[in-house]
Design a protein around this ligand. Sequence first.
Ligand SMILES: Nc1ncnc2c1ncn2[C@@H]1O[C@H](COP(=O)(O)OP(=O)(O)OP(=O)(O)O)[C@@H](O)[C@H]1O
Ligand SMILES: [Mg+2]
Length: 248
Amino acid sequence: MTTGEPLIVLESVNKWFGPLHVLQDVNLSIDGGEVVVVIGPSGSGKSTLCRAINRLEPINSGTIIFDGQPLPAEGRGLAKLRSEVGMVFQSFNLFAHKTILENVTLGPIKVRKEKPAAARDRAMSLLERVGIASQARKYPAQLSGGQQQRAAIARALAMQPKAMLFDEPTSALDPEMVGEVLDVMTSLAREGMTMVVVTHEMGFARHAAKRVVFMADGQLVEQAPPDEFFGSPKSDRAKDFLSKILTH
Ligand SMILES: Nc1ncnc2c1ncn2[C@@H]1O[C@H](COP(=O)(O)OP(=O)(O)OP(=O)(O)O)[C@@H](O)[C@H]1O
Ligand SMILES: [Mg+2]
């Protein structure tokens, strides 16, 4: 992938849920290798934005370009998009009746038609990388939340994605497990993965993000590098939001 060129581009994107205008003329361009953290109040459209990027949520108007092509609506193109844009949610969404190793090899074998032995080798090295190789034969319920979320990250990476979307990946975790997941995400960011991360972890935003995007009421209100955004937010909405979260 080329670094420094737009990989994900949203142009005048609008999305309604019935009467609710949840994405309002959103324009956003994310370069290959860039890490963008999206923050904003509950209900501001952060999850919808993420879901729109891999077409889990269709949009009503505007364009989303991924890697030079408009998002495919269906069929093979859509399956390819889903494998190229990894997604990690708050809930880990692992298959409960498959082992961790099977969870990680399933997509590569079924979708990418990799040979099982090769898929297993790669899965094991990914599990090693996220620090849970010793858990490979266990079932999701036998792992801690932090371990399950790291397995979910390994599973997404197994598809060799060009970008990763994270929607509050640590929000469901006990506090002592947040760090181990953020560590994996931080190293992924350092290795040059293109990432869109919705999170309340301002430490991660400060240290790993190239850009912070602040959303409110379906609009991108403000965006800036983390130092600038946290040091001198410009809009009243952002100031108000930061004063609320940073005093806790
Ligand atoms: N499937 C849906 N049908 C109808 N309304 C929806 C649907 N999904 C989300 N919404 C509404 O769209 C708005 C944006 O929701 P979204 O989940 O994107 O917000 P968010 O910023 O991720 O919030 P949170 O921080 O609470 O996760 C909210 O008002 C929400 O209630
Ligand atoms: Mg959300």
